[in-house]
Design a protein. Sequence first.
Length: 511
Amino acid sequence: MKQKDKIALLEFDALIKEIRQATPILNLNETEQQKQARIKKLLSSYPEFIAYYFPNYSTSKLAKFHVEVVNYTANNKRFFAAIEWARDHAKSSTLWMLQIWLMLKKEINTAITVSKSKDNATKLIEPIRANLEANNRLIQDFGEFKSINNWNSEDFKTSGGTNFVALGRGQSPRGIRNEAIRPDFICVDDIDDDELVENPERVEKLWKWVMTALFPSMSIVGKGRFIIAENRYADDSIIARAVEKAKILKKQGYPAYHKRINLLDTNGQPSWKERFTLKDCQYMIEALGYIFSQREYFNNPIREGRHFKPEFLQYCTMGNLKTYPVLIAYCDPSFSDKGDTKALVLLGRKDGQYHILKTYCAKASVDQMVAWHYELQTWLAGKNAAATFYMEEVFYQSLLYSNFAEYAKKHNLPPFPINGDKRAKPAKIQRLLAITGHYERGNVYFNTAEQENRHMQNLLEQHLSFNPPHKTPLDGIDAIEGAMYLIDRHIEDFAGALRLAKRTRNPANSY
């Protein structure tokens, strides 16, 4: 026996032991009538079913999205489904427990699980085989499942005749039958990988296999549940194509299902609040950083440095603030008072270079954003410098004028001297793409002294994640663009005034 197989056997034996210990037989004194009533109730309620039969797996209550996909599967005998769930949201566990539930309800005959390799697929159906072999509660209620001759790790058949098969991507599913019955349940779980999604030709080839070899292995009539499940971490991937296929089929009136679940919902709260706290989620987001957390937890496959490449983002030690002819502080707020991302950027220009001297860039309330302005003003005063503060006119006049006034009154501060940027701005993406040339030519520098500041780090991540049409925070880059435009105008006006002064100077004067 190969070393790999020995390890797999030891791991399986350990799993068997764990399941036996976790499922002590209850209800020893119930009558047969009580037992059948209990079983009927458990089979009619999936949350109760897994809580009773799989207590070692159901350590948290199910979320609404878990129950939704299970109910859809139970109520529809034939469909195409694409499930985009964030990592660590029980995708694989739901799929294997769902298969046992459907088997006990006599809803499936042959189930195929497909993954990136046969070993991986075998690992995914291992909990099915282990529970059917060792789960005391299942065996007490439904009898022995283990068959004598067909109980292999990658292809096994229960004593009741249900067949479970593991396939690696690209393996032929042709000819897989249980007696004369074709597969009636297929789940594709974690078929993508980092290497595959970098090669469009390989993705295309695999997608053709999914749709021309795997999908038609089900019968044209009768039951046929087909599920592709994965978190989306690449623009072109099997799950991305499956989502589009599900949308098209649904639009055409065919049975299809698609559900995207991110770590946080649209209100910024955990999608699986029964398991995760907001603090749990925020820790993982902060630890991974914006770009990687978007890929793994928000189904948003951002490619790092597509327009603002990492090598464009350079640091240098900034000079005395008084050496800059003009300093501009530009604010890009959000429309609401919720914790949306906002930015305030202090910019200077010297020797043809733009220096990002200081920034505030984070999720914040409007009050916090107003406080940034006073804080930056105080910071500048401490360095014997001053800046001209700007904000887009439409924001300041229609939304934020009163917020600044109320904040000043509340904290006994003088009114804040902020100006409205009145220019008619081109489309945002066009403007932001237009400034990438400054970065590419090495004319933009970030302040070395602010390198460890989380606000500066957030600003850098916004640059790296900028990847239209993907939706990513842009307020920091937008503030830089606004400051660049205005500082250029100020310096042009300043230079023009100097030229005019030289032309009109009276030689008779001594100054």
